[in-house]
Structures are given as C-alpha cells and as structure tokens.
Ligand binder design. Structure first.
Ligand code: ADP
Ligand code: ADP
Length: 229
C-alpha cells in the first residue's frame, strides 16, 4: 500500500464553490512531498482532507490502504493518533508537561507504555539531554524539534507538516527541515509538507503546485531558485 492515496477528492464549503477540484494523488512510502501554492489555493483543505480532519465532499482518501470514509469518528480519531504524525506551524506542546512527557503523550494516549521510545525519539532530534526541561525553557526552534519527535514517536504511516518552518528563523528552519529529511532518508518515513516557502520546498523530493483548488504542476527534485512564489 502507498502511504497516501487521494482519488478524486473534492471539497465544497458552499454549494457550487469548490475549494478542491477532483484531486488525484499518490504518495509512496519513503517520500518527502511539498505542496505549494498561494494563500487561499486550498493547501489547508487538502491537508485536512488527507489527514482525516475534514471529510471530503466526494472522492476517497486512503492512509496505508485504509479508506478513511469507511471509518466512524472513533476509528478515525484512533487512526489519526496511531498512524499519522502532525507538525504544525506552532509547536502546540503542552506547557505543563516536560519535554519528554510531551513526546511520550501520543503513545500514552494510545494506551501504550512508552518504554524508552520517547527518549530515543528525542535523541534523534538532538535533544536527548533536554527531556526534563519544560517547553517554555526551550527556544522556538527547539520546541519545533520536540514537535517533530512527537510526530515520529508512533512510527506513523505518514507525517503531515503544515508550514512547519513558518514561525522559525532561517537557521532553526534548516534544522527542522534537516530532521524531516533524515526521517525520510534514514528511517523510511513519509512526509507531506505544506509550505509557501521555496527554500523549505527545496528539501522535498517533489513539489506539487496548487492553484485555486487544482493541482497545476509538479517538479521532481525542486530547487529553490526554480520555484516561483
Ligand atoms: P490555503 O491553505 O491554501 O490558504 P484553504 O484551504 O485555507 O487555502 O482555503 C481554500 C479556499 O476555501 C479559500 O477560498 C477559503 O476561503 C475557502 N475555505 C477554507 N476553509 C473554509 C471554511 N471552513 N468555510 C468556507 N470556506 C472555506
Ligand atoms: P543557495 O542557492 O544559496 O545554495 P538554496 O536554496 O540551494 O540556496 O538552499 C538554502 C539552504 O538550504 C542551503 O544551506 C542549502 O544547503 C539548504 N538546502 C536547500 N535544499 C536542500 C536540499 N534539498 N537538501 C539539503 N539541503 C538543502
């Protein structure tokens, strides 16, 4: 099974107004895909439908072979927790839990004993020595690295990253992109990243371009200089 398959996915918020035209998209395992496009083109809508946070008006979404429309809300919530990793523009760490506890949280919520998995995930993002710290003690870039560890700790079928570098300075952004790249190259993870930043997209294997809800182009091995905003 592919990590993600979208087959004719559309989303209509108001009758007759399509935020997404039929989208056909396959993301094989072990791929780092960037989705680019101007504000309002439907990037968030695409991500939300693909990640089971929103139900498409038509079409099917499959994550690792599981068709999302076949799941009730409880099963969908469970699939999101166990088989999808999320990284958002803001890190959304729980400020009252330690860094290590934040990373362990997806496992605990799934009823799993974390063992040392959360500690290994933290070490993999270069923060093995900060597990006892509280999130407010960390920089924004460090918090986003913790968020990456939290997204990877369940070894999900796919990681969705929505403008993961949007709130970071260039150096911190590069660190986060390096981690996503490593997750794909070293651990076989699959990443779909929404970004408007050509420098961020240049770290992906492939960039897709969305305009007014339609996929209008794709570029293998994108280079920042070739990507027009
Ligand atoms: P992007 O993430 O690329 O900025 P969005 O997916 O947020 O684009 O929006 C795509 C289109 O759908 C826009 O025209 C937006 O106004 C519209 N839209 C998004 N969310 C809603 C909503 N909840 N209700 C109505 N229209 C929406
Ligand atoms: P420049 O044209 O100045 O080399 P780039 O857009 O190529 O700028 O890259 C900006 C930064 O991001 C550089 O530090 C570069 O090493 C890094 N970078 C860009 N794309 C990739 C990539 N696909 N893999 C690794 N590093 C990348």
């Amino acid at each position: 099974h592919h990590a993600l398959t979208l087959d004719g996915v559309t989303r209509e918020y108001r009758p007759g107004v399509l935020a997404l035209h039929p989208i056909h998209l396959t993301v094989p395992r072990g791929r780092f895909l960037a989705v680019m496009g101007p504000s309002g083109c439907g990037k968030s809508t695409l991500l939300q439908c693909a990640a089971g946070l929103d139900r498409p008006t038509a079409g099917t979404v499959r994550i690792g072979g599981t068709q999302l429309s076949s799941l009730n809300e409880a099963a969908l919530t469970r699939l999101r927790r166990e088989r999808i990793g999320f990284v958002f523009q803001a890190h959304h760490l729980v400020p009252s839990l330690s860094v290590a506890e934040n990373v362990a949280l997806p496992l605990m919520l799934g009823g799993e004993s974390p063992g040392d998995r959360h500690l290994r995930a933290l070490a993999a993002v270069g923060l093995g020595d900060r597990g006892g710290a509280m999130p407010p003690e960390l920089s924004g870039g460090q918090c986003q690295r913790v968020a990456v560890a939290r997204a990877l700790v369940t070894t999900p079928d796919i990681v969705f990253a929505d403008e993961p570098t949007g709130a970071l300075d260039p150096a911190a952004a590069e660190e986060v992109l390096t981690l996503l790249r490593q997750a794909v190259d070293h651990d076989g993870h699959t990443v779909v990243m929404v970004t408007h930043d050509p420098f961020a997209a240049a770290w992906a294997d492939e960039a897709l371009f969305l305009t007014r809800g339609k996929l209008v182009g794709r570029q293998e091995r994108p280079e920042a200089a070739d990507i027009r905003r």
